[in-house]
Design a protein around this ligand. Structure first.
Ligand SMILES: Cc1cc2nc3c(=O)[nH]c(=O)nc-3n(C[C@H](O)[C@H](O)[C@H](O)COP(=O)(O)OP(=O)(O)OC[C@H]3O[C@@H](n4cnc5c(N)ncnc54)[C@H](O)[C@@H]3O)c2cc1C
Length: 541
């Protein structure tokens, strides 16, 4: 097999596959992915993709909706690009073979929270799976795109890996590929390339409860940070208010999402003693925006020391529930829960990282030769809070832009790839026990959820920071003397991501968007009266 290519893409979600398909039109591409090719956040996306496709809708409305959600931190130019280039990318997805749901011969456009217009294209409630299917089909048909599964990128290669250029200043370094772990054969390989694209998705696994699958261990953020690329806005983690609570002790949990549509359908949130409580937090009650509902649930749980609360839909007709939510009904039933008769145990779960590797409008990072696209990138479109269904769109628009600029610049990558040594693990030992990984992963998730979750404070952030420093030292020591394996690499990355989240949160001396601190009021323009209510309630509890 050839391990030298024009472009290395890391990740096979929407961002990685779409970039690779576009680039394969003019260059050789190797795409590595750490599990099988379909396993990704993309595969679990339910709702859909936002785009201006109806004649009565307008770019200006979608831009405004996005900027309002972003709580003052969106980059207007990036948002404009996102919105204006979106419709062409959706058309391309359809051309590739994606089958979106139609109504009367047209795309069935639906509305979601925060959108002023019905502009969400979807494939029932399994949009991500359908998009992933179509992209994989297309990718499989391309000769100069080689997909290598069960291959986990460990670290990016730059001049710092060479013997003669290792002291080269950061500004002059270039990314020349990555060292990757062949998980099946347990050996490390180097893949060299002129251009490298990180499309590794999010970091939900930092937290105890997350809607993200086990792949979301923040590898891309950590690799880029170690290689010297800039990251930004890491404090803005979006929590989904209602994920199915499962008392799982597994290291890499993955909570099933109970869509917000259930509350839209009349679902009522109840505390442990069965009382509805949203009227105490917001006049919109159970239909308040995602972040407000998540904070309210967090306060109620902390007040009574409960691990979960309930969502009640039992007052609705059984046949209507089953018709509207077949996926949710069947999944809960498979867990022994009949949602037409029983309350659904729910907990807020980490869902989406708004920040990431800082990129320009062509997905270029601050490190030459390195691009980042999809959830791992910080394009500036989400600001302090992501508008629903904008993330799949962001992945499409900026992956396409990356491909365009790479097409025009790949031949300008100057000089030969420097001599890159093979991975050197001499002097390291095969681990005879992994308890240090399981224990530390659980500990990290627990304190990140308790101290750096939906509600933060200076005290909690300092406490988390001290624990991260301890874990970092312990894991680095273990890493240096051990032959690498997947969960070690992932824990090392989770610790680095936790550090980045806490560091960014400590730098932000205000509450804004998804970053809520008990020590700071929301800025005036956000003017959320809820603030006072929540703080009073909290102080009483
Ligand atoms: C349950 C759920 C529902 C959602 N619903 C929506 C929705 O309706 N609309 C919307 O716009 N967004 C939604 N989102 C968010 C959206 O799905 C993600 O932001 C988006 O899919 C991210 O795409 P991506 O390509 O950047 O990353 P992913 O799809 O996560 O792909 C990342 C890829 O990188 C691979 N990878 C990671 N690390 C490594 C490594 N070290 N080496 C090799 N490979 C690696 C993974 O295996 C995976 O293939 C949802 C997310 C979840 C979890």
């Amino acid at each position: 097999m050839k391990y030298d290519t024009d472009v290395l893409v890391i990740g096979s979600g929407i961002a990685g596959l779409y970039s690779a398909i576009k680039i394969a039109e003019f260059a050789d591409v190797i795409l590595v992915t750490k599990k099988d090719r379909a396993e990704s956040n993309t595969n679990y996306a339910q709702g859909g993709i936002a785009s201006v496709l109806a004649p009565e809708d307008s770019f200006e409305k979608h831009i405004n909706d996005t900027i309002i959600a972003g709580a003052g931190l969106c980059n207007r130019n990036s948002v404009k690009i996102l919105v204006e280039e979106g419709p062409d990318r959706i058309k391309e997805l359809i051309d590739i073979g994606t089958k979106f749901t139609e109504k009367d011969g047209n795309l069935d456009l639906v509305r979601e929270g925060g959108h002023s217009f019905s502009r969400i294209v979807h494939a029932k409630d399994l949009t991500g799976k359908e998009v992933e299917r179509a992209l994989i089909n297309k990718a499989n048909s391309l000769n100069n795109l080689q997909i290598i599964e069960n291959t986990l990128a460990i670290d990016l290669i730059t001049e710092h890996n060479t013997s003669n250029l290792k002291n080269m200043p950061l500004n002059n370094r270039h990314c020349w590929g990555a060292y990757v772990l062949d998980v099946t054969n347990n050996c490390v390989k180097k893949i060299t390339s002129k251009i490298t694209i990180l499309a590794t998705g999010g970091l939900g696994q930092v937290y105890l409860h997350t809607t993200n699958p086990s792949i979301a261990t923040g590898d891309g953020y950590a690799m880029a940070y170690r290689a010297g690329a800039k990251v930004a806005n890491m404090e803005f983690i979006q929590f989904h208010p209602t994920a199915l609570y499962q008392n799982s002790n597994s290291m890499q949990n993955h909570s099933f999402l109970i869509s917000e549509a259930v509350r839209g359908f009349g679902g009522i949130l109840r505390n442990g003693v069965g009382e509805a409580f949203m009227q105490n937090y917001d006049s919109r009650r159970d239909l308040a925006p995602r972040d407000i509902v998540a904070r309210a649930i967090d306060f109620e749980m902390k007040k009574r020391g409960e691990d979960f609360l309930f969502l009640d839909i039992t007052h609705k007709k059984s046949s209507d529930i089953i018709e509207h939510f077949p996926n949710i009904y069947n999944r809960c039933l498979s867990e022994g829960l009949d949602i037409t008769r029983e309350l659904i145990p729910i907990v807020p779960a980490a869902h989406y990282a708004c920040g990431g590797i800082l990129v320009d409008e062509f997905a270029r990072t601050s490190l030459s030769g390195l691009y980042a696209t999809g959830e791992v990138a910080m394009t500036g479109v989400h600001g302090a809070n992501r508008l629903a269904s904008n993330s799949l769109l962001e992945a499409l628009v900026f992956s396409n832009r990356a491909a365009e600029v790479i097409k025009n610049s790949i031949n300008l990558v100057s000089g030969e790839i420097p001599h890159i040594p093979e991975w050197d693990d001499s002097g390291t030992l095969t681990p005879d026990e992994k308890v240090i990984i399981t224990h530390n992963t659980k500990e990290l998730k627990q304190f990140m959820s308790d101290y750096v979750g939906i509600v933060r404070s200076n005290l909690r952030l300092r406490a988390a920071s001290r624990r991260i420093a301890n874990l970092y030292v312990e894991i680095e020591e273990y890493y240096k003397k051990t032959k690498v394996f997947d969960s070690l690499i992932e824990l090392r990355n989770l610790v680095t991501c936790s550090h980045l989240i806490v560091k960014s949160a400590m730098l932000r001396k205000e509450s804004r968007g998804l970053h809520y601190s008990l020590d700071y009021q929301f800025s005036k323009e956000e003017s959320i009266a809820l603030d006072t209510i929540i703080q009073n309630k909290y102080q009483k509890s």
